[in-house]
Design a protein around this ligand. Sequence first.
Ligand code: SF4
Length: 354
Amino acid sequence: MGLYIHIPFCRKICPYCDFYRKRGEVDEMFIEALIREIGNSEGGKVDTIFFGGGTPSLLKEHQLDRIFNTIYKTFTIDENAEITIEANPEDVIPYKLRIWKSFGINRISVGVQTFKDEGLKILGRWHTPKQCMDALKNSLNYGFNTNADIIFAYPEQTLKDFERDLIALVNLRLHHISAYSLQIEEKTLYHYWYKKGDLNLPENLKDFYVLRDEILTSYGYKRYEISNFALLGYECKHNLKYWKREKYLGFGPSAASFYPERKLRTINIASLSRYIKEFPTPKEYDFLDEEKERIERIYLGLRANLMSLKELERFIGRPSKDLLRFFNIKETLSVKSEYLHIFDRIVEMIISTK
Ligand code: SF4
């Protein structure tokens, strides 16, 4: 199974982000609560660990030491486990890389977002293009399996800008690239600006998706999920568990766990103060009935190219030609790049098919 550990602290809050996080250093009382939650969990065999956030690269050495000690006391960790940490570029420096390596972390996901200076400012990021580039090179030089997260179709971005970002990444031969289109999430500053008409978003979203697939596939990357590309054998094992609906346990405020055998998903309370004060951790319980499970299997299966035409037929009967035109049909179905920008609409059409 996989473990997800949510570190809900950031140096600064980005205006487009709706993850659960607070501004500031990692609080020692949070570490106490996290260790309590991990140490009291059910145990078992683990082959992926993912530190997400927030900004887990803010964790200090003694904090990582306590977390890993508790993980190793509670679980049996596979010797080839994939252990990922999300990092902001300014943290991917030799001092921290050596510490991460000493704890067995072997995969780094760097939050680059873009290499364009004005783009970084528009996205409210504080690092520089040079810091992004140095971070990726440092991570590769220290032998980490390396991912870059980038955002496309942000305000004022042109296709040419996006092309430059993609070429910079492929020239580094990163193992993995996650390229997300900007989403305007409710209760963010971006949402407020968007409503006021202050965000000049590119209109040709489809062209961004098509360009992304053209460039990345021509450099040997395979799209194995809507936003995720990898060189052969470097797909993120941890994220695949989400899409394949395998078991994972989440720790920290707002973290989700999934128990396939019980058809149950739980979500920890998204409140740092209550997470610290209350134990057992308050959480929501979501039991999946047959219909919920059907929808989830279709949505996740199509999202991550995991569903064959036969399996889809089992859920909805024979799909019409009109539906099939959205897909490349091989062993499994994958949405054609020119339709990726309407992925959710395609899934809705399929789900409503009787
Ligand atoms: S995008 Fe990342 S760094 Fe920015 S606020 Fe969200 S979690 Fe923090």
